[in-house]
Design a protein around this ligand. Sequence first.
Ligand code: PMT
Length: 399
Amino acid sequence: MGATVLLGITGGIAAYKAPLLVRLMVKSGLNVHVIVSRSATEFVTPLTLATLSGNPVCQDMWKNRDKPSVEHISLADAADMAVVAPATANFIGKLANGVADDMLTTILMAFNKTVLICPSMNVNMYRNRILQSNLERLRTFGYHVMAPGSGELACGWVGEGRMPEPAKIFGEVELYLGPKDLNGLKVLVTAGPTEEPLDPVRFLTNRSSGRMGVAIAKRASTRGASVTLVSGPIKVAPPSGVKHVQVRTAMEMMEKVLESFHDFDLVIKAAAVADFRPETFQKEKIKKDKFGTTIKLVRNPDILATLGSRKSHDQIIVGFAAETEDAIQNARIKLKNKNVDMLVLNDVGKPGAGFDGDTNIVRLMFRSGEEEQLPLMSKEDVADQILTRSLGLRGKPNG
Ligand code: PMT
Protein backbone atom coordinates (compact mmCIF):
# COMPACT_ATOMS: atom_id res chain seq x y z
CA MET A 1 0.00 0.00 0.00
CA GLY A 2 2.87 2.37 0.78
CA ALA A 3 0.85 4.74 2.99
CA THR A 4 2.08 6.07 6.32
CA VAL A 5 0.20 5.14 9.48
CA LEU A 6 0.67 6.51 12.99
CA LEU A 7 0.04 3.85 15.61
CA GLY A 8 -0.66 5.23 19.08
CA ILE A 9 -0.35 2.78 21.96
CA THR A 10 -1.67 3.67 25.41
CA GLY A 11 -1.25 1.91 28.74
CA GLY A 12 -3.54 -1.09 28.89
CA ILE A 13 -2.77 -4.79 29.10
CA ALA A 14 -3.86 -5.24 25.45
CA ALA A 15 -0.72 -3.27 24.50
CA TYR A 16 0.97 -6.67 24.41
CA LYS A 17 -0.90 -7.31 21.12
CA ALA A 18 0.27 -4.05 19.52
CA PRO A 19 3.54 -5.52 18.12
CA LEU A 20 1.42 -8.01 16.12
CA LEU A 21 -0.52 -5.12 14.61
CA VAL A 22 2.74 -3.35 13.73
CA ARG A 23 3.97 -6.55 12.08
CA LEU A 24 0.80 -6.95 9.98
CA MET A 25 0.92 -3.35 8.81
CA VAL A 26 4.62 -3.40 7.97
CA LYS A 27 4.28 -6.72 6.12
CA SER A 28 1.58 -5.20 3.90
CA GLY A 29 3.94 -2.37 2.92
CA LEU A 30 2.73 0.35 5.27
CA ASN A 31 5.22 2.78 6.79
CA VAL A 32 4.42 2.67 10.51
CA HIS A 33 5.40 5.26 13.11
CA VAL A 34 4.65 4.21 16.66
CA ILE A 35 3.87 6.73 19.39
CA VAL A 36 3.62 5.41 22.94
CA SER A 37 2.19 6.99 26.06
CA ARG A 38 4.36 6.77 29.15
CA SER A 39 2.23 4.02 30.71
CA ALA A 40 2.22 1.98 27.47
CA THR A 41 5.94 1.40 28.02
CA GLU A 42 5.06 -0.50 31.22
CA PHE A 43 3.42 -3.13 28.99
CA VAL A 44 5.48 -3.15 25.79
CA THR A 45 9.03 -1.96 25.10
CA PRO A 46 9.91 0.77 22.62
CA LEU A 47 12.77 -1.46 21.45
CA THR A 48 10.35 -4.17 20.27
CA LEU A 49 8.18 -1.61 18.50
CA ALA A 50 11.12 0.19 16.89
CA THR A 51 12.57 -3.11 15.67
CA LEU A 52 9.28 -4.27 14.15
CA SER A 53 8.30 -0.93 12.63
CA GLY A 54 11.77 -0.01 11.39
CA ASN A 55 11.22 3.53 12.70
CA PRO A 56 12.18 5.24 15.95
CA VAL A 57 9.41 5.16 18.54
CA CYS A 58 8.15 8.57 19.70
CA GLN A 59 7.31 9.26 23.26
CA ASP A 60 9.15 12.25 24.66
CA MET A 61 8.02 15.70 23.52
CA TRP A 62 11.32 17.23 24.56
CA LYS A 63 13.90 14.67 23.41
CA ASN A 64 14.76 16.00 19.94
CA ARG A 65 14.83 19.67 20.87
CA ASP A 66 17.92 20.27 18.74
CA LYS A 67 16.16 19.11 15.50
CA PRO A 68 14.98 21.90 13.19
CA SER A 69 11.50 20.38 12.49
CA VAL A 70 8.70 20.31 15.07
CA GLU A 71 8.33 16.57 15.51
CA HIS A 72 4.65 16.37 16.45
CA ILE A 73 3.67 18.52 13.48
CA SER A 74 5.89 16.79 10.93
CA LEU A 75 4.65 13.34 12.00
CA ALA A 76 1.03 14.49 11.75
CA ASP A 77 1.64 16.02 8.33
CA ALA A 78 3.39 12.95 6.93
CA ALA A 79 0.79 10.34 7.91
CA ASP A 80 -2.28 9.22 5.96
CA MET A 81 -4.16 7.86 8.96
CA ALA A 82 -3.77 7.22 12.68
CA VAL A 83 -4.82 4.26 14.81
CA VAL A 84 -4.85 4.13 18.60
CA ALA A 85 -4.82 0.56 19.89
CA PRO A 86 -5.32 -0.04 22.71
CA ALA A 87 -7.06 3.21 23.65
CA THR A 88 -7.55 3.53 27.41
CA ALA A 89 -10.38 5.40 29.15
CA ASN A 90 -7.85 8.03 30.26
CA PHE A 91 -6.61 8.63 26.70
CA ILE A 92 -10.18 8.74 25.32
CA GLY A 93 -11.14 11.26 27.99
CA LYS A 94 -8.19 13.48 27.10
CA LEU A 95 -8.75 13.30 23.34
CA ALA A 96 -12.49 13.98 23.66
CA ASN A 97 -11.83 17.06 25.76
CA GLY A 98 -8.94 18.62 23.90
CA VAL A 99 -6.24 17.80 26.43
CA ALA A 100 -2.86 17.57 24.70
CA ASP A 101 -0.33 16.86 27.42
CA ASP A 102 1.95 14.25 25.84
CA MET A 103 3.33 13.32 22.42
CA LEU A 104 0.36 11.18 21.31
CA THR A 105 -2.43 13.58 22.29
CA THR A 106 -0.46 16.53 20.87
CA ILE A 107 0.11 14.80 17.51
CA LEU A 108 -3.56 13.88 17.28
CA MET A 109 -4.55 17.46 18.01
CA ALA A 110 -2.63 18.46 14.88
CA PHE A 111 -3.95 15.54 12.83
CA ASN A 112 -6.82 16.19 10.40
CA LYS A 113 -7.09 12.84 8.62
CA THR A 114 -8.80 9.54 9.53
CA VAL A 115 -8.30 8.43 13.15
CA LEU A 116 -9.40 4.98 14.29
CA ILE A 117 -9.80 4.49 18.04
CA CYS A 118 -9.83 0.94 19.49
CA PRO A 119 -11.06 1.14 23.10
CA SER A 120 -9.80 -1.55 25.45
CA MET A 121 -10.57 -1.73 29.17
CA ASN A 122 -12.55 -3.40 31.94
CA VAL A 123 -16.25 -3.91 31.13
CA ASN A 124 -17.44 -1.55 33.89
CA MET A 125 -15.04 1.13 32.74
CA TYR A 126 -16.30 0.62 29.18
CA ARG A 127 -19.94 0.91 30.25
CA ASN A 128 -19.25 3.99 32.39
CA ARG A 129 -21.43 6.78 31.09
CA ILE A 130 -18.57 9.27 31.14
CA LEU A 131 -16.54 7.00 28.84
CA GLN A 132 -19.55 6.39 26.59
CA SER A 133 -20.24 10.10 26.36
CA ASN A 134 -16.57 10.74 25.49
CA LEU A 135 -16.76 8.12 22.72
CA GLU A 136 -19.96 9.69 21.42
CA ARG A 137 -18.26 13.09 21.44
CA LEU A 138 -15.35 11.68 19.44
CA ARG A 139 -17.77 10.15 16.91
CA THR A 140 -19.52 13.46 16.43
CA PHE A 141 -16.16 15.04 15.68
CA GLY A 142 -15.57 12.42 12.96
CA TYR A 143 -13.29 9.99 14.83
CA HIS A 144 -13.92 6.34 13.99
CA VAL A 145 -14.46 4.09 16.99
CA MET A 146 -14.13 0.34 16.67
CA ALA A 147 -16.43 -1.69 18.90
CA PRO A 148 -14.43 -3.74 21.41
CA GLY A 149 -14.76 -7.51 21.50
CA SER A 150 -16.64 -9.27 24.26
CA GLY A 151 -15.48 -12.18 26.42
CA GLU A 152 -13.13 -12.93 29.28
CA LEU A 153 -11.07 -9.87 30.16
CA ALA A 154 -7.57 -9.78 31.62
CA CYS A 155 -8.99 -8.36 34.87
CA GLY A 156 -11.14 -11.47 35.36
CA TRP A 157 -14.46 -9.84 34.44
CA VAL A 158 -16.49 -11.08 31.47
CA GLY A 159 -18.08 -8.64 29.02
CA GLU A 160 -17.22 -6.08 26.38
CA GLY A 161 -13.90 -4.25 26.53
CA ARG A 162 -11.41 -6.52 24.73
CA MET A 163 -9.26 -4.88 22.12
CA PRO A 164 -10.27 -6.29 18.71
CA GLU A 165 -7.73 -8.79 17.37
CA PRO A 166 -4.84 -7.19 15.44
CA ALA A 167 -6.03 -8.83 12.18
CA LYS A 168 -9.45 -7.21 12.60
CA ILE A 169 -7.94 -3.79 13.28
CA PHE A 170 -5.65 -4.23 10.30
CA GLY A 171 -8.68 -5.11 8.11
CA GLU A 172 -10.30 -1.84 9.19
CA VAL A 173 -7.12 0.12 8.41
CA GLU A 174 -7.06 -1.42 4.92
CA LEU A 175 -10.64 -0.24 4.38
CA TYR A 176 -9.86 3.34 5.34
CA LEU A 177 -6.77 3.43 3.16
CA GLY A 178 -8.59 1.79 0.26
CA PRO A 179 -9.72 3.49 -2.98
CA LYS A 180 -11.94 6.59 -2.83
CA ASP A 181 -13.94 5.61 -5.88
CA LEU A 182 -17.16 7.26 -4.61
CA ASN A 183 -15.54 10.67 -4.21
CA GLY A 184 -17.97 13.43 -5.18
CA LEU A 185 -21.07 11.21 -4.96
CA LYS A 186 -23.98 12.02 -2.64
CA VAL A 187 -25.50 8.88 -1.18
CA LEU A 188 -28.70 8.51 0.85
CA VAL A 189 -29.12 5.30 2.83
CA THR A 190 -32.11 4.23 4.92
CA ALA A 191 -31.74 1.66 7.69
CA GLY A 192 -33.48 -0.09 10.53
CA PRO A 193 -37.09 -0.70 11.38
CA THR A 194 -39.87 1.83 11.75
CA GLU A 195 -42.11 1.92 14.81
CA GLU A 196 -45.83 2.50 14.37
CA PRO A 197 -47.32 3.56 17.71
CA LEU A 198 -50.66 2.34 18.95
CA ASP A 199 -50.59 4.19 22.26
CA PRO A 200 -47.81 5.83 24.34
CA VAL A 201 -46.30 2.47 25.33
CA ARG A 202 -47.11 0.07 22.45
CA PHE A 203 -46.06 -0.03 18.81
CA LEU A 204 -45.74 -2.31 15.77
CA THR A 205 -42.22 -2.94 14.52
CA ASN A 206 -39.95 -5.65 13.06
CA ARG A 207 -36.61 -7.32 13.71
CA SER A 208 -34.37 -5.03 11.66
CA SER A 209 -31.31 -3.94 13.66
CA GLY A 210 -30.05 -1.41 11.12
CA ARG A 211 -26.78 -3.35 10.62
CA MET A 212 -27.19 -3.74 6.85
CA GLY A 213 -27.97 -0.07 6.22
CA VAL A 214 -25.27 1.12 8.61
CA ALA A 215 -22.71 -1.10 6.84
CA ILE A 216 -23.69 0.50 3.51
CA ALA A 217 -23.45 4.01 4.96
CA LYS A 218 -20.06 3.24 6.49
CA ARG A 219 -18.55 1.74 3.36
CA ALA A 220 -19.94 4.49 1.14
CA SER A 221 -18.38 7.06 3.43
CA THR A 222 -14.98 5.31 3.65
CA ARG A 223 -15.00 5.09 -0.16
CA GLY A 224 -15.31 8.86 -0.36
CA ALA A 225 -19.06 9.54 -0.74
CA SER A 226 -20.91 12.20 1.18
CA VAL A 227 -23.49 10.12 3.04
CA THR A 228 -26.79 10.80 4.77
CA LEU A 229 -28.31 7.99 6.81
CA VAL A 230 -32.02 8.17 7.60
CA SER A 231 -32.84 5.51 10.14
CA GLY A 232 -35.53 4.26 12.45
CA PRO A 233 -34.49 3.14 15.95
CA ILE A 234 -31.35 1.11 15.22
CA LYS A 235 -29.38 -1.16 17.53
CA VAL A 236 -25.93 -0.12 16.28
CA ALA A 237 -24.12 3.21 16.36
CA PRO A 238 -24.32 5.21 13.13
CA PRO A 239 -20.90 5.48 11.49
CA SER A 240 -18.73 8.55 12.08
CA GLY A 241 -18.47 11.00 9.23
CA VAL A 242 -22.05 10.32 8.12
CA LYS A 243 -24.99 12.71 8.56
CA HIS A 244 -27.54 10.83 10.64
CA VAL A 245 -31.23 11.69 10.62
CA GLN A 246 -33.23 9.76 13.20
CA VAL A 247 -36.93 9.06 12.58
CA ARG A 248 -39.47 6.76 14.16
CA THR A 249 -42.41 6.05 11.87
CA ALA A 250 -42.76 5.24 8.16
CA MET A 251 -44.48 8.62 7.64
CA GLU A 252 -41.52 10.45 9.22
CA MET A 253 -39.07 8.45 7.11
CA MET A 254 -41.04 9.29 3.99
CA GLU A 255 -40.96 13.00 4.84
CA LYS A 256 -37.20 13.08 5.51
CA VAL A 257 -36.32 11.03 2.43
CA LEU A 258 -38.50 13.07 0.07
CA GLU A 259 -37.26 16.36 1.51
CA SER A 260 -33.86 16.09 -0.14
CA PHE A 261 -34.25 13.13 -2.51
CA HIS A 262 -33.26 15.11 -5.62
CA ASP A 263 -29.91 16.11 -4.05
CA PHE A 264 -28.67 12.52 -4.12
CA ASP A 265 -26.92 10.58 -6.88
CA LEU A 266 -27.55 7.21 -5.25
CA VAL A 267 -30.32 6.13 -2.87
CA ILE A 268 -30.17 2.76 -1.12
CA LYS A 269 -33.26 1.75 0.83
CA ALA A 270 -32.23 -0.94 3.29
CA ALA A 271 -34.81 0.06 5.90
CA ALA A 272 -37.52 -2.40 6.84
CA VAL A 273 -40.44 0.02 6.62
CA ALA A 274 -43.72 -1.07 8.19
CA ASP A 275 -46.34 -1.60 5.51
CA PHE A 276 -49.17 -0.81 7.95
CA ARG A 277 -49.79 1.44 10.94
CA PRO A 278 -52.62 1.49 13.49
CA GLU A 279 -55.44 3.62 12.10
CA THR A 280 -55.66 5.67 15.30
CA PHE A 281 -53.15 6.60 17.96
CA GLN A 282 -54.63 6.43 21.46
CA LYS A 283 -53.25 9.25 23.55
CA GLU A 284 -53.60 7.34 26.82
CA LYS A 285 -52.45 3.78 27.47
CA ILE A 286 -55.16 1.42 26.25
CA LYS A 287 -57.04 -0.40 28.99
CA LYS A 288 -57.57 -4.08 28.21
CA ASP A 289 -61.21 -4.11 29.36
CA LYS A 290 -62.14 -1.13 27.16
CA PHE A 291 -60.40 -1.99 23.88
CA GLY A 292 -61.51 -5.38 22.61
CA THR A 293 -59.14 -7.56 20.56
CA THR A 294 -59.00 -5.97 17.11
CA ILE A 295 -56.53 -3.35 15.91
CA LYS A 296 -57.57 -1.60 12.71
CA LEU A 297 -54.59 -0.95 10.44
CA VAL A 298 -54.13 1.38 7.49
CA ARG A 299 -51.49 1.13 4.77
CA ASN A 300 -48.33 3.21 4.95
CA PRO A 301 -47.17 4.84 1.72
CA ASP A 302 -44.52 2.87 -0.17
CA ILE A 303 -41.47 5.16 0.05
CA LEU A 304 -39.38 3.20 -2.43
CA ALA A 305 -42.13 3.09 -5.05
CA THR A 306 -42.66 6.85 -4.60
CA LEU A 307 -38.95 7.46 -5.22
CA GLY A 308 -39.07 5.13 -8.23
CA SER A 309 -41.89 7.17 -9.75
CA ARG A 310 -40.11 10.50 -9.15
CA LYS A 311 -36.50 9.65 -9.92
CA SER A 312 -34.56 11.60 -12.49
CA HIS A 313 -32.67 9.76 -15.23
CA ASP A 314 -29.25 10.24 -13.61
CA GLN A 315 -30.25 8.98 -10.15
CA ILE A 316 -29.65 5.37 -9.17
CA ILE A 317 -32.13 3.77 -6.80
CA VAL A 318 -31.49 0.51 -5.00
CA GLY A 319 -34.19 -1.30 -3.05
CA PHE A 320 -34.08 -4.34 -0.82
CA ALA A 321 -36.54 -7.20 -0.62
CA ALA A 322 -36.99 -9.37 2.45
CA GLU A 323 -38.82 -12.53 1.40
CA THR A 324 -39.59 -15.86 3.00
CA GLU A 325 -41.41 -17.64 0.14
CA ASP A 326 -41.17 -17.56 -3.67
CA ALA A 327 -38.33 -15.15 -3.00
CA ILE A 328 -36.98 -14.69 -6.53
CA GLN A 329 -40.41 -14.35 -8.22
CA ASN A 330 -41.62 -11.85 -5.62
CA ALA A 331 -38.41 -9.82 -5.85
CA ARG A 332 -38.65 -9.65 -9.66
CA ILE A 333 -42.14 -8.17 -9.26
CA LYS A 334 -40.87 -5.59 -6.73
CA LEU A 335 -37.97 -4.63 -9.01
CA LYS A 336 -40.41 -3.83 -11.80
CA ASN A 337 -43.29 -2.32 -9.82
CA LYS A 338 -41.09 -0.03 -7.74
CA ASN A 339 -39.05 1.09 -10.79
CA VAL A 340 -35.65 0.61 -9.12
CA ASP A 341 -32.29 0.10 -10.82
CA MET A 342 -31.19 -2.72 -8.55
CA LEU A 343 -32.98 -4.89 -6.04
CA VAL A 344 -31.10 -6.69 -3.28
CA LEU A 345 -33.00 -9.80 -2.34
CA ASN A 346 -32.31 -11.39 1.01
CA ASP A 347 -34.01 -14.68 1.51
CA VAL A 348 -34.51 -14.03 5.20
CA GLY A 349 -35.45 -17.65 5.89
CA LYS A 350 -31.87 -18.81 5.21
CA PRO A 351 -29.48 -19.14 8.17
CA GLY A 352 -26.96 -16.27 8.06
CA ALA A 353 -29.21 -14.05 5.92
CA GLY A 354 -31.33 -11.00 6.65
CA PHE A 355 -32.25 -9.58 10.02
CA ASP A 356 -29.91 -8.70 12.86
CA GLY A 357 -26.73 -10.81 12.37
CA ASP A 358 -23.44 -9.57 10.91
CA THR A 359 -23.78 -11.61 7.70
CA ASN A 360 -26.16 -11.75 4.76
CA ILE A 361 -26.84 -13.84 1.67
CA VAL A 362 -28.16 -11.72 -1.17
CA ARG A 363 -29.08 -11.88 -4.82
CA LEU A 364 -28.49 -8.72 -6.85
CA MET A 365 -31.20 -8.21 -9.47
CA PHE A 366 -31.08 -5.61 -12.23
CA ARG A 367 -33.56 -3.98 -14.61
CA SER A 368 -31.72 -5.54 -17.52
CA GLY A 369 -32.74 -8.99 -16.25
CA GLU A 370 -29.21 -9.79 -15.09
CA GLU A 371 -29.05 -11.46 -11.68
CA GLU A 372 -26.12 -12.41 -9.48
CA GLN A 373 -26.34 -14.70 -6.46
CA LEU A 374 -23.70 -13.86 -3.84
CA PRO A 375 -22.54 -16.35 -1.20
CA LEU A 376 -22.73 -15.82 2.57
CA MET A 377 -20.60 -12.78 3.42
CA SER A 378 -20.30 -10.06 6.05
CA LYS A 379 -22.77 -7.18 5.74
CA GLU A 380 -19.80 -4.86 5.06
CA ASP A 381 -18.73 -7.02 2.12
CA VAL A 382 -22.32 -7.09 0.84
CA ALA A 383 -22.33 -3.30 1.18
CA ASP A 384 -19.19 -3.08 -0.96
CA GLN A 385 -20.69 -5.29 -3.65
CA ILE A 386 -23.86 -3.15 -3.76
CA LEU A 387 -21.85 0.06 -3.99
CA THR A 388 -19.53 -1.24 -6.69
CA ARG A 389 -22.47 -2.47 -8.77
CA SER A 390 -24.35 0.82 -8.24
CA LEU A 391 -21.32 2.75 -9.44
CA GLY A 392 -21.25 0.57 -12.54
CA LEU A 393 -24.89 1.48 -13.27
CA ARG A 394 -24.21 5.21 -13.43
CA GLY A 395 -24.50 6.40 -16.99
CA LYS A 396 -26.22 3.20 -18.17
CA PRO A 397 -29.75 4.07 -19.34
CA ASN A 398 -31.16 0.63 -18.67
CA GLY A 399 -29.26 -0.58 -15.61
O1 PMT B 1 -31.29 -4.21 9.62
P1 PMT B 1 -30.71 -5.62 9.63
O2 PMT B 1 -30.99 -6.32 10.92
O3 PMT B 1 -29.26 -5.63 9.26
O4 PMT B 1 -31.48 -6.47 8.53
C1 PMT B 1 -31.35 -6.15 7.18
C2 PMT B 1 -32.72 -6.18 6.47
C3 PMT B 1 -33.20 -7.62 6.37
C4 PMT B 1 -33.75 -5.34 7.18
C5 PMT B 1 -32.47 -5.55 5.05
O5 PMT B 1 -31.45 -6.22 4.45
C6 PMT B 1 -33.73 -5.59 4.20
O6 PMT B 1 -34.07 -6.56 3.59
N1 PMT B 1 -34.44 -4.44 4.16
C7 PMT B 1 -35.73 -4.31 3.49
C8 PMT B 1 -36.79 -4.99 4.30
C9 PMT B 1 -38.16 -4.77 3.69
O7 PMT B 1 -38.87 -3.92 4.15
O8 PMT B 1 -38.39 -5.48 2.62
P2 PMT B 1 -39.77 -5.37 1.76
O9 PMT B 1 -39.64 -6.49 0.80
O10 PMT B 1 -40.95 -5.35 2.68
O11 PMT B 1 -39.67 -3.96 1.06
C10 PMT B 1 -39.06 -3.81 -0.21
C11 PMT B 1 -38.42 -2.46 -0.34
O12 PMT B 1 -39.43 -1.43 -0.24
C12 PMT B 1 -37.40 -2.13 0.70
O13 PMT B 1 -36.31 -1.40 0.08
C13 PMT B 1 -38.12 -1.20 1.68
O14 PMT B 1 -37.23 -0.23 2.28
C14 PMT B 1 -39.12 -0.52 0.75
N2 PMT B 1 -40.38 -0.12 1.42
C15 PMT B 1 -41.24 -1.07 1.92
C16 PMT B 1 -42.43 -0.67 2.46
C17 PMT B 1 -42.76 0.70 2.50
N3 PMT B 1 -43.90 1.12 3.01
N4 PMT B 1 -41.91 1.61 2.00
C18 PMT B 1 -40.73 1.22 1.46
O15 PMT B 1 -39.93 2.05 1.00
